[in-house]
Design a protein. Sequence first.
Length: 132
Amino acid sequence: MVIVIVLVVGYFVITFLLDKKEEVSKVKNQGGVRIKYSLMIRYFIGLNNKAKVTKESPTSITIMTKTDNIVQFYTIAHGFSDFTVFWEMQNPAVGTHNLHWKFPEDADQALAVLKINDEIESYVIFLAKQHL
């Protein structure tokens, strides 16, 4: 019985690793994460002249923006058939807050940015009202 369980788990691990390798190759063939998600990256970097890429892997990239007391991180992570954008805001006055969005891989990045921007703006207004 233990051997069957080990074989089944091994099969799923190997299948996952092969699929992940294929996805990494797919992103590389599309120019890498910086090219594939260039519109979104340019937008997030354009939010602040102190913005910079703080972390990059073959399937994800993190951009940090910093103002006086607010640090924001935007991470774009490519999935198997989608991409997810994670937002984290660190502010001494209101603490740390996170939001995330998942889009189909072929989603229009400009529309994704609009949705993300609108929801972050609404969330920040909500936070401001709570702390006034």
